[in-house]
Structures are given as structure tokens and as C-alpha cells.
Design a protein around this ligand. Sequence first.
Ligand code: GA4
Length: 324
Amino acid sequence: MVVAHHPSPPSNQQEKLRDIELPIIDLMAERSEVSKLIVKASENFGFFKVINHGVPQHVIKAMEDESYGFFSKPPSQKQRAGPANPYGYGCKNIGLNGDYGEVEYLLLHTNPLSISQTSNTIFNDPTLFRCAVNGYVEAIRELACEILELMAEGLRVPETSVFSNFLRNADSDSLLRLNHYPPLQLLQLQNRIGFGEHTDPQILTILRSNDVPGLQISPQDGFWLPVSPHPSTAFCVNVGDALQALTNGRFLSVRHRAMVNTCRTRMSMAYFGAPAPNARIACPPELLSPHKPNLYRPFTWDEYKKATYSRKLGDSRLHFFRVQ
Ligand code: GA4
């Protein structure tokens, strides 16, 4: 059965605070139906959840266990993997331009050599951690590629690997981020920001989190909608800036943030599927027409990344690449 429920934007304060159910898309349903639902969700929300995704439970569990294991280490040991400049362990400082949040994290490049180097800095016996990360990254990359191929099919782009090829490239600049939002003790600390509002710069993000709420999305300026953390078997998927450019603005890279507003620990694991540094990001011609000319000039991922990393977390960047 294909389940896809599309809520409408909120009209009053009370609705604003209610959790929304993102479209939940069953990847085992009929393929053309699935691709249509994915396109619709990417156009309307830039966010959706997938179930029956084919990522084995033991692969997820191994990564979650290693992630809990890492964050439960004493600070001095975690700091051996830091600072996150740009990869490694970070605590409260996000990026290199003074952003701050109630979060500690481990940011890893997904290339196996980099994973191996980071693992060696944290563990005396790094094998388990390294295997868990490599296994997880491989399975999630496959899922991301499958979703990108369904998107191309739904958009009727004949070369259906046009988006997924970016992630399959051996030089892909994809990342894995493990986040740990420790619980807050004091009531007055409620609603503090764990990870401030931003859009993801990459092509596609695949997020896995435990059952503690925190993710909020902003489909319209000034509105924040909490996303319910259920079902636990799902992955949350969102469109990144590069995919917005690749679809000539048809798919939306939507602002989101993570709140620390609970007495329980929130954990999340985000895979950011990215192109190789020299890859050229340009919309396929089938998505252009005299009525829909190119919104963005072609750019390389390297160029876009430089624009991203030189700015603050919440800054918009894609509009610098718009055709005037
Ligand atoms: C947001 C999405 C990913 O978490 C991330 C972040 C990156 C970082 O933490 O180093 C950035 C942020 C993210 C966008 C603006 C820059 C870079 C922090 C920051 C202030 C890993 C990414 O690719 O971009």
C-alpha cells in the first residue's frame, strides 16, 4: 500500500505547534506510483519519509550501537577525534564561522580511507567502528541512489542515473554526521536550538533518528513545523540545494533545524549525498523549456562548497548562483 498524506500549510498558531506527518512513501509499492509520490513530496515539502527501504536492520543497529558507544566515551577521548576542521568530533561549535548549538557530533567523510583514519584516532581497536560505518554508508548510498533514480523517472528524465551518478562517483564528497543532543535538565531551557536553521548544501540527505522528537521544518518563512519521529522503521529524506539547482527549482531544499526540548537524548545520523568536487551541477535539458529557462548558472560542487563554508549556518547561498 502506498501511504502519502500531504498536510496543508498551517493557518493559525495552534496548528503551527502540532506535529506534522510527512508523506510516508512505501518503496515496495508499484514503481511508477512511488516515483510520482516522491516527486510530489519533493516539490511540495522537500521532505518525506521512506519505509520498506531495504536497508538491513542489523546494518542500522550496528551503526547506532557504535554511535551511542562513541558519545558515551569520556570527553578527553572524544576530543582526540577533534576539532571538526572540517571533519572529526565537534562539541557545540558548528562549522568554522562561529555557529553554536546544543549538540556534539562526529562528522565523517564517507571515503573509506578517511573513515579508517578517524576510526584510528578514537579507538584502540577501530575495526568494529570502521566496519559499522562502511557497511552503513554503503547501504545508505544505495538507498539514496535508488531514490534519486525514482526521482529522475518521476520527472521523466530519460537518463535515470543522471542524479545518482554523482553519488556513485568514487570521488563523491558525501558525508556522514552522527549527532548527539544531550537531554536538558532545566525546564527554562526548553526549546533551545540543538542545530540551527539551515538548508543542506548537498544533493540528498538521508536521516535516521531515535524516537525522540526535535526535527522541525520551515516550509514557509516564519513557520516551524515539528516532524514526528515515527515510524521508527523509516528514514527521513530531504532535498539539498544541489538537487534544487539540478531540478531547476522544481524540488525544494527546505530550511530545517533540530531542537533540544526533551528530557531524553536525541540521536541522529545524517548521510549527505554529494557530488565530486569537480562535478558540474547543471539541470538536464529535459527539465528546461522556453517557459522554464535555467534559473541557475552551472557550477561545480567545489565552487558551491566554498560559498557554503565561507558563510554562516543559516545564510542562504543558492541565490548567488541564480541567472540574473
Ligand atoms: C549543514 C549540513 C551539514 O550538516 C554540513 C554542515 C557544515 C558543517 O557542520 O561543517 C556547515 C553547514 C552544513 C552549512 C554552512 C557551513 C557548513 C556548517 C556551516 C556553518 C556538514 C554541511 O555540509 O553544511
